[in-house]
Design a protein around this ligand. Structure first.
Ligand SMILES: Cc1cc2nc3c(=O)[nH]c(=O)nc-3n(C[C@H](O)[C@H](O)[C@H](O)COP(=O)(O)OP(=O)(O)OC[C@H]3O[C@@H](n4cnc5c(N)ncnc54)[C@H](O)[C@@H]3O)c2cc1C
Length: 329
């Protein structure tokens, strides 16, 4: 991807730039928001954050984004989103927001390479699946380690998989995986599940579901692809190798919203609160995608929310008479 490096222009002082629409995040939500704002001729600037293309870029193939009947590479889809947004004038900057001041407009956003004053702000900083942080996990992500059953379950037809976690997500996704996998073994660190009673009953009644209690994964084993997991019983301390083709990890998500604390309303899990119009508690600030959505967590839904957020930002700027003027900082 072609990128601009703001603040690396040879000047010592970081620049302050005044923009009409600033988008934080380069996942499907952010790049879709930038596309819509660019087509409204608002010259949006998008700060990519560290994960160019967002979580989607982490996955080898995406098979459930409409328009690609043969699937599309996660990284490739991000590049296509970027190209399309840039074609209409979006500027993509490889930079990360570190703090914001949303107490007055224009909103002040401090990034590592410079500072922005934004007439409207679209937050699409996504969420990160919580990791086990064990050897082999990162290396084998996309090669058998997954954080999304809806996305990757299909690849495990007639294969053995393990699911890590004991909450609603672990069981919902585990049950979903029984459509494809020959067996789904839930590995849980306690001797009982946290998931709701109905889900538990469905899981216990499903003959493909098995359970390993009081156990944690200490290593994901495999070279090109996952071959086994090393598990440790937390009561007995005994370790054993469990052969498997896939490891699905559902131990929660953390929205990337730390730097926004105290500036915009969030729920108890730090997801940004929005209404149906993607409006946050601050007029002129919108949030879209996984930073505001603990439910759907898909490329297509995040992209849709990003587009909606941009359409609302466009209306907001039109109403406040700022859609046509670019102010110098
Ligand atoms: C391994 C894996 C496979 C997946 N496979 C599929 C699939 O097949 N199909 C599907 O529909 N979904 C899939 N998903 C889910 C999908 O990728 C996400 O739902 C989607 O990417 C969310 O989009 P988003 O734009 O909201 O956020 P993200 O994709 O999470 O992007 C967030 C962006 O914000 C940036 N950012 C973070 N903090 C800052 C900051 N302070 N300043 C600026 N930028 C910041 C990051 O760099 C990143 O670019 C998968 C997820 C994973 C992890």
């Amino acid at each position: 991807m072609d990128l601009n490096f703001s603040g690396l222009s040879g000047k010592n002082q970081p620049e302050t730039q005044h923009v009409k629409v600033l988008v934080l995040g380069s996942g499907p939500a952010g790049l879709s928001a930038a596309l819509y704002a660019a087509r409204a001729e608002l010259n949006p600037v998008l700060l990519t954050g560290l994960e160019l293309g967002g979580q989607a870029a982490l996955t080898y193939t995406i098979e459930n984004y409409p328009g690609f009947p043969d699937g599309v590479g996660g990284g490739q889809l991000g590049e296509l989103f970027q190209k399309q947004a840039e074609r209409f004038g979006a500027r993509i900057e490889m930079d990360t927001a570190s703090s914001v001041d949303l107490s007055q407009r224009p909103f002040r956003v401090t990034a590592f390479n410079g500072e922005y004053l934004a007439d409207s702000l679209i937050i699409t900083t996504g969420a990160s699946p919580n990791h086990l942080n064990v050897p082999g996990e990162t290396e084998l992500t996309g090669r058998g380690v997954s954080y999304c059953a809806t996305c990757d379950g299909w690849f495990f037809r007639d294969k053995k998989v393990v699911v890590v976690g004991g909450g609603d997500s672990a069981l919902e996704e585990g049950l979903f995986l029984t459509r494809y996998a020959s067996s789904v073994t839930v590995i849980h660190r306690r001797d009982q599940l946290r998931a709701g009673a109905i889900l538990q009953k469905r899981a216990f009644d499903n003959e493909k579901m098995k359970f390993v209690w009081n156990s944690v994964i200490t290593e994901v084993v495999g070279k090109e692809a996952v071959q086994a997991v090393k598990i440790k019983n937390v009561v007995s301390g005994k370790e054993e190798l469990l052969p498997t083709d896939g490891v699905f990890i559902f131990i929660g998500h953390t929205p990337n919203t730390d730097f926004l604390k105290g500036q915009v309303e969030m729920d108890e899990r730090d997801y940004i609160r929005t209404n149906m119009l993607m409006e946050t508690s601050v007029p002129g600030v919108y949030a879209a995608g996984e930073a505001a959505d603990p439910v759907y967590r898909q490329v297509v839904t995040s992209a849709g929310m990003g587009a909606a957020a941009a359409m609302q930002a466009i209306k907001f700027l039109e109403k406040s008479g700022e859609a046509q003027t670019v102010k110098a900082a």
